[in-house]
Design a protein. Structure first.
Lengths: 103, 271
């Protein structure tokens, strides 16, 4: 099981600013270790963000994204107290779900 | 009259060239600062803070105690808030002046019963490994975010350690006849694109402290001040000091106390 995400969701006027920090190695599969063996690819392949149970953004992600990635976006129509749920799934089948409240 | 015009002319050239230098430096520095500002907003160091907090709270080690119920960082057992900016300080139970990392490892060994030998074997992080003390230091440092640095410099043990640190800072040795002061004892020096702060000066000493512990974007791992000091010795081609040695603590005492009164912004981010 992966380490928890850090999620910040803050109202700025009538727009909600959401920042998600994920703990993940994001291996590209192109690197070699000190023994010359290829380090197998290990990356988050899909990500979705729900606001009060309704998906507001989802997408496929790949190996061009850095280790411990940050994902930030803005959403309209949210209000303080709303529940943000983030899901990700990686190529090894590991997944993680975390929640935060809009502040 | 003619002479004075010549002098004025010469002065203008000197001033002109000084301004030119300052402007060029500022442009490069400003770009880095902009970059850092964007990155600081969502610094992965927070992930290590969270990990460190879990380690702090959990009952662990052969003795199955939590650091939160056994470790005194100088402000009472389990008190984390504000502890980082008031270290290095003297700890009577250990009979030593200790910086944050040294104290945390001391607690892990003395209170939780972890093996010192084991902890000393791999003290610094790499791409595949984060030592537990590194996460713990990041957590403790994060709990002093936006607080003023206040090393208790009037305490006699700390004062002695400070004086020793000052000596270490200027101690020339090794195959290059180097000292910390060779690079960090003058204004306006740099290594490649890296600006070097003059750490002997009060208003610049904060730059040795700010941003540590730091998340290194190249590789994506967390590094502590203990690592920074160790690596400075390596770069000077000195023999590398033992992990958590008196030498490093004294140097950290000198650098941190020089920055007393400045506000610490919390764990940082490095290129």
């Amino acid at each position: 099981m992966a380490d928890p995400m850090k999620i910040r969701a803050q109202m700025k006027g009538d727009i909600c600013d959401i920042k998600i920090l994920m703990s993940h190695p994001m291996e590209t599969g192109q690197r070699k270790d000190s023994d010359g063996k290829v380090v197998p690819a290990h990356f988050i392949q899909s990500l979705s963000v729900d606001l009060n149970g309704k998906t507001v953004i989802s997408g496929q992600t790949g190996t061009s994204i850095s280790r411990n990635p940050v994902f930030g976006f803005k959403v309209k129509g949210a209000k303080a107290g709303d529940k943000v749920t983030v899901n990700w799934l990686d190529n090894k089948g590991d997944k993680r779900t975390d929640e935060a409240t809009v502040g | 009259m003619r002479q004075s015009i010549a002098i004025v002319g010469a002065l203008a050239i000197v001033i002109g060239s000084l301004c030119g230098q300052a402007a060029a430096k500022d442009a490069a520095t400003a770009e880095f600062d902009k970059f850092r500002e964007v990155m600081e907003d969502s610094n992965p160091a927070e992930l290590f803070e969270a990990k460190g907090e879990d380690l702090w709270q959990a009952k662990r080690g052969p003795k199955q105690v939590a650091l939160a119920e056994s470790c005194d960082l100088g402000l009472g057992i389990g008190v984390v808030k504000g502890a980082y900016v008031q270290m290095p300080r003297y700890f009577a139970d250990a009979g030593k002046v200790m910086d944050a990392e040294r104290r945390i490892v001391w607690c892990m060994v003395e209170k939780q019963g972890f093996s010192a030998e084991e902890l000393f074997r791999t003290p610094f992080a790499n791409e595949n490994f984060t030592p537990e003390p590194t996460s713990l230091v990041t957590y403790v440092a994060g709990a002093s975010r936006n607080m003023k640095i206040a090393v208790p410099i009037s305490e006699p043990h700390v004062q002695d350690t400070y004086q020793l640190g000052r000596e270490v800072f200027s101690f020339r040795a090794g195959p290059y006849d180097f000292a910390c002061a060779t690079c960090h004892g003058e204004d306006g020096k740099r290594i490649r694109m890296q600006q070097l702060p003059n750490l002997a000066k009060k208003d610049e000493a904060i730059r040795a402290y700010q941003g540590w512990p730091g998340y290194r974007m190249t590789g994506g791992f967390m590094l502590t001040q203990q690592w920074r000091m160790n690596d400075c010795f390596r770069q000077q081609r000195f023999p590398e000091p033992r992990y958590l040695s008196d030498t490093v603590t004294s140097l950290l005492t000198y650098l941190t106390a020089n920055a007393n009164g400045n506000v610490y912004k919390g764990p940082g981010i490095k290129r």
